[in-house]
Design a binder for this molecule. Sequence first.
Ligand code: BGC
Length: 412
Amino acid sequence: MNKKMFVMAVAALMGLSTVAGVSAEEVANKDKPLVWYNRQPSNSSTGDLDMDALTYNDKTYYVGFDSNQGAELQGIMVRDYIEAHIDTIDRNGDGMIGYVLAIGDIGHNDSIARTRGVRKALGTGVEKDGDIDSEPIGTNNDGTASAVQDGTLEINGTTYTVRELASQEMKNSAGATWDAATAGNGIGTWASSFGDAIDVVVSNNDGMGMSMFNAWSKDNNVPTFGYDANSDAVAAIPEGYGGTISQHADVQAYLTLRVLRNALDGGDIDAGIGTADDAGNVLSPDSYLYNEEERSYYALNVAVTSENYQDFMDSTVTYAPVSNQLDEGAHPAKKIWLNIYNASDNFLSSTYQPLLQKYDDLLNLEVDYIGGDGQTESNITNRLGNPDQYDAFAINMVKTDNAASYISLLDQ
Ligand code: BGC
């Protein structure tokens, strides 16, 4: 018997099966490691976490980033920019700083947090049910919209009024949210109604932000702010893009696969995270935090502006402290099913997935990447017809309320 046959015979005796050359242990699907990422299981109306989904089994986690810390940074980045450029920013010189806001998904916690962060920093937020209202206002020519108020900024002894002139959820007719093309059209409509009253453009992400920048703001010299630090957005900073926030996708993509790796290895779940692993990978405490109660890992955000953009030019570079190859003997290959809810989402496809593809090699994971259409959950769940073939799952839902539709497939 040669070595391969011997290994297969032993595997058969131990109740292991072989899938595409990778041995998958006979573990019930409901007991396999599961990570939710980018879209935290939660109620899209109240934001309450879906704890049933987050504690599905003892190997279930969420990986995302600290949305409040990032949202606050984004708001402050915009305010700092206005203060630093007050001599030139008020394009029509009426003493009022007008901004428009592209909203990603009104039912997504990250989007809600960013809308709140901007309104808070600019003084335009109004309180609703104990928090800042995050509703889109449509248009607000005269400052009477009820979900916002006119804010004021004291700069060099002068008081400026700040008005949210317009905001809208950028959802296309088929239902895709965070839709860049919709934002690109939207800015045209806003520019024709508000003209040079628009002094600043803000977006919940870079996909929409860059679409507005390319369609209008760049030519009109209007600073535009996004979120995600996608490479194209960072490259646009010297051309007038105001700034963006890195949500440390390099750390998130790592954590997404790392928690699965650790759960599959059955050893220390913190290996290569808070504790150095056998290859020397370890994250520093200023790059992420873990909330045990929420079973959630959150990467920490960093503002990217004209001062530091050079350090962020390539958003697909792995994070140096966790870029060491794991030994294949100690961490044998495993099969992972992973979906991206929208194959054309700028952040997920141009930043997150390329990072995942680098880390899957480093962590000896064989990942099947399933790209969704961004609109229908069944387009994705239909492609999880054979969970038995995988050792673990990484899920990015279309809607944060829909965890149950995945869980029911694993329960069977
Ligand atoms: C990103 C967005 C992206 C969304 C998808 C957010 O964290 O900032 O750019 O569209 O995730 O769920």
